[in-house]
Ligand binder design. Structure first.
Ligand code: PFF
Length: 453
């Protein structure tokens, strides 16, 4: 019989770093910059920050409330809090499904980061090369991306089986400070490049005419994706929070760290890209894998050792950020399988790693062997990205807001947010207003606007 005893995170800083570790990932360093590049720079960032404040943070706190109150994984939390309304459990189940789907395709890009770290350690990006061809050859290779994806899954697996405190918390406490240090060093390097000012202008001077339905949907999807909200990931983490953790403060700190890292990633990437004439900022998903290697060798051509260190640090940064996110995705699914089917944590982790690796193989091959397999015109990789980031997470976020704002007993919400009256939260009424009206209406209108475009 499996031991189902639950552990908690050991400290408040552990709670913040683990949650921030989940939030900070490819979403910040890979997805945010390329969306910013595609959607017009500063105007996109402005809409994004508004989404973080009025949608992301309230829904994150709601996930914290559901997780800590129920002390259950996201797949079972709703059954604990709403035993008489079993339909709510499907919100949690959608989260577990999203965890499998996201980990499946996220693991593929995670594998790319590993491959690029290896390549930069061998000095590949210092040579005069065709990096578009390098990228295309790698992602369409019949087994290399699969191998790196599987390696990344195994790395994640090893941390997960060590448990919540020894695995997740310990790693986050080491990796998050390292990540923050690396990104600060990179910002300084990037800003010292000639032509960096144009990159800054792109990031800081909004052109409001760029804001349209696509930008709104992109910004909203990115908010949920980047903050890891909408699928119960932080709900599962919150089920390990101690009773004295301040939920509002934790959410504020996580949002601040997450947004800061995304903007800093912009400060690394755009000045660097603008410093090389002829490179374009709207390269899409290839931005950090095609455009940046060009920067490394063109901008640092005279001082190759700086280019070497810059590129190695950059891809190492990506690996660290990605790993703290893959463990959180893995934990959502592992905690569910472990507690729902009463199998050991180790066995649950094996099931999750295997299922995600199989899904990952299909996503990895969708750039090569399976590139002709299309659903609604999208490759399997793009389909997973679209269905999760643009549909499931915002929909999940809306339902979580409705559940906490309308269904859950107000007393429970108050007790969780104030730790049973011990904390003073002056804007509690405003928070409820955001949950009941602002978040659901905003999410629904952006959806409807996009549907009838
Ligand atoms: N927030 C992560 C990122 O920005 O890369 C991705 C992610 C992790 C999304 C965990 C959802 C999740 F539950």
């Amino acid at each position: 019989m499996a031991n189902l005893e639950r552990t908690n995170f050991g400290s408040k800083i552990g709670i913040i770093l683990a949650s921030a570790g989940s939030a900070v990932g490819l979403g910040n360093i890979w997805r945010f910059p390329y969306l910013t590049g595609e959607d017009g720079g500063a105007a996109f960032i402005l809409v994004y920050v508004i989404c973080v404040l009025f949608l992301g943070i309230p829904v994150m706190v709601a996930e914290f409330i559901i997780g800590r109150r129920s002390r259950a994984n996201t797949g079972q939390a709703y059954a604990v809090l709403a035993p008489s309304a079993p339909a709510w459990k499907w919100v949690g189940m959608m989260g577990v499904l999203a965890a499998f789907l996201i980990l499946g395709y996220y693991g593929v890009v995670a594998g790319w980061t590993l491959e690029y770290t290896v390549a930069s350690s061998m000095g590949v990006f210092l040579n005069d090369g065709d990096y578009t061809a390098f990228f295309n050859a790698f992602v369409s290779h019949p087994w290399r991306p699969v191998l790196y994806m599987v390696l990344f899954m195994l790395l994640t697996h090893v941390i997960i089986v060590r448990g919540v405190k020894e695995g997740i918390e310990r790693c986050s406490k080491v990796m998050m400070p390292m990540l923050l240090l690396i990104i600060c060093v990179l910002v300084v390097c990037s800003l010292s490049l000639p032509g960096a000012a144009d990159g800054l202008k792109f990031l800081l001077q909004p052109d409001f005419s760029k804001i349209d339905g696509k930008v709104l949907l992109d910004a909203m999807g990115q908010t949920f994706f980047s903050m890891s909200v909408g699928m119960g990931c932080l709900c599962t983490y919150a089920s390990y929070f101690t009773n004295d953790a301040n939920l509002m403060k934790t959410a504020g700190s996580v949002a601040l760290i997450d947004t800061t890292v995304a903007v800093l990633a912009g400060f690394v990437i755009f000045p660097a890209v603008f410093s090389v004439p002829g490179l374009s900022v709207d390269a899409g998903p290839g931005l950090v894998f095609v455009t940046l290697p060009n920067v490394f060798h063109l901008a640092f051509g005279d001082v190759p050792w700086v280019g070497y260190i810059f590129s190695l640090m950059f891809y190492l940064l990506l690996v660290l950020a990605t790993l703290t996110s893959t463990i959180s995705l893995h934990e959502v699914a592992t905690a569910y399988v472990h507690e729902r089917f009463r199998v050991t944590r180790r066995r649950a982790a094996v099931v999750v790693t295997s299922v995600c690796a199989v899904l990952g193989v299909f996503c990895a091959l969708s750039f090569g062997l399976l590139s002709d397999v299309r659903v609604f015109g999208l490759t399997l990789f793009d389909l997973c990205d679209f269905v999760t980031a643009k549909l499931m997470l915002p929909l999940g976020g809306m339902l979580i807001a409705v559940f906490t704002g309308w269904y859950l007993d107000r007393r429970i919400v108050y007790d969780e947010v104030t730790n049973c009256g011990k904390l003073r939260i002056p804007f509690f009424k405003f928070y409820i207003f955001l949950l009941k009206f602002v978040a659901p209406i905003a999410i629904a209108s952006i959806f409807i606007n996009e549907l009838f475009r």
